[in-house]
Design a protein around this ligand. Structure first.
Ligand SMILES: *Cc1c(COP(=O)(O)O)cnc(C)c1O
Length: 229
């Protein structure tokens, strides 16, 4: 087994152990492999080990890799900050966008989606830790944004995403994830049909699974330290 194969397997084991430990249904948490800064060969290695969903957040690095790997059956997720003048290559190359935090971005993705392509899956990024200069919409504005996105034809609102503050404090990790899950449940209680809670990374995935994550986004634990940009 290659190194990546082993690391991928150990991340999957960690996810299933957490599912069991926290009473989650087996297989209810999917794994998004965050391949940002890693070359196409590395992605092929993970692909050969069965991984199909990959996350990228630097557009200028992602697009050439996606084009190079176009013959592979990969589902590409955009997870990075997105400026409104950069939406077109995202709409053309990705099937998911996790980092939508304003209507204008969703509107442009919807308008720019190629006609032959299925609606782009969208998660609203929520600012759960209330830190300055972090992207994400505030809790108070999530519902209004969700409503606006639901009205767009070219995108499909799937759920919520967050990148909470980094902390070793397990209780704090869980409290932040819990807030996102409660908002998710509140929206579903109001008739939204969300099925995706994108939360948890290499260092806090257990807490995220404990609090209801349906998709963890893991980079370092699979691919090792990020390469210089
Ligand atoms: C880089 C990144 C990840 C992966 O983080 P790791 O700590 O390497 O697992 C997850 N989500 C987002 C939005 C990221 O930018």
């Amino acid at each position: 087994m290659t190194n990546i194969n082993q690391r991928l397997q150990s991340v999957k084991d960690k996810i299933s152990e957490a599912e069991t430990k926290f009473g989650r249904e087996s297989g209810s948490v999917s794994l998004l492999a965050v391949s940002k800064t890693h070359p196409a060969e590395t992605i092929i290695e993970a692909f050969s080990s069965g991984q199909r969903s990959f996350g990228e957040n630097y557009l200028q690095h992602a697009v050439p890799k996606i084009q190079e790997l176009r013959d592979y059956d990969i589902e590409w997720h955009f997870i990075g900050p997105l400026q409104s003048n950069k939406t077109r290559p995202v709409a053309e190359n990705f099937t998911w966008v996790h980092s939508v935090d304003r209507e204008k971005i969703a509107q442009r993705l919807s308008d720019q989606k190629p006609v032959e392509k299925a609606p782009i899956n969208i998660c609203i990024q929520v600012n759960v830790s209330d830190e300055d200069n972090k992207s994400g919409v505030d809790f108070e504005s999530v519902e209004e944004l969700a409503q606006a996105i639901t009205n767009l034809q070219g995108v499909h609102l799937r759920g919520l995403m967050a990148i909470p503050e980094i902390t070793d404090d397990i209780e704090l990790q869980r409290a932040n994830f819990r807030k996102l899950r409660e908002k998710f449940e509140e929206l579903n209680g109001k008739g939204f049909e969300l099925d995706t809670l994108s939360m948890g990374m290499s260092d806090d995935l257990e807490s995220a699974v404990a609090e209801g994550s349906t998709m963890v986004r893991v980079g370092t634990a699979i691919f090792g330290a990020r390469r210089a940009k």
